[in-house]
Ligand binder design. Structure first.
Ligand SMILES: CC(C)(COP(=O)(O)OP(=O)(O)OC[C@H]1O[C@@H](n2cnc3c(N)ncnc32)[C@H](O)[C@@H]1OP(=O)(O)O)[C@@H](O)C(=O)NCCC(=O)NCCS
Length: 156
């Protein structure tokens, strides 16, 4: 049994960790994404002893270069340094993909920092095309995975 609780959170609750772990150069308000307020968006948080230590978001958004409907974008999966390597990121990602599956999601995609490439690959995401050079966040990969097969096969 995990020591971590995964719960639905509001986008504003994710801001401090988004900023600290992913966008330290930004203001708190600037870490919001337009998709955060999509009616079907889901924001989840990982809590340890009542403290938020991990965050992740998913919302519907067409995948660049693809015409398939049912595309969901995974954003800002991040876990506090002291809690990494304990399965928290996996729990968060699993919860996001469950949400997409429940809403007839077909594919999940993300622009992934090179340092996190192996994490997404571990869960069946594959790369599409050349690295994207993001002026703020450096090189990133566009990665995607089918939603339903992952949902069925994931049990930690
Ligand atoms: C990427 C991140 C969310 C992973 O969270 P985590 O809680 O440490 O991941 P988990 O412990 O759930 O790891 C699950 C599995 O993925 C693997 N994994 C985790 N991070 C990895 C990485 N960066 N590269 C390769 N494999 C990784 C783990 O080894 C584990 O594999 P196992 O089950 O075979 O042992 C975390 O490292 C993080 O917050 N990074 C900084 C923020 C970031 O870059 N987020 C991604 C934005 S695109």
């Amino acid at each position: 049994m995990s020591d971590y609780e995964i719960e639905v959170i509001e986008p504003a609750e994710a801001r401090p960790l988004r900023r600290a772990l992913l966008h330290p150069e930004s203001t708190l308000e600037a870490v919001d994404h337009p998709g955060d307020t999509h009616p079907a968006a889901r924001h989840v948080g990982a809590f340890k002893d009542g403290l938020l230590i991990g965050i992740a978001t998913i919302h519907p958004q067409p995948m660049p270069g693809a015409t398939r409907t049912g595309a969901w974008r995974v954003r800002d999966v991040a876990v506090e340094h002291g809690h990494r390597g304990r399965g928290v990121g996996a729990l968060l990602l699993e919860r996001l993909l469950e949400h997409a599956a429940e809403h007839e999601g077909v594919v999940a995609w993300a622009t992934v920092r090179i340092a996190a490439f192996g994490f997404f690959e571990r869960y069946g995401f594959t790369r599409s095309g050349a690295p994207i050079d993001d002026p703020h966040e450096g090189p990133q990969y566009l990665m995607h995975a089918g939603v339903r097969p992952l949902h069925r096969s994931w049990r930690l």
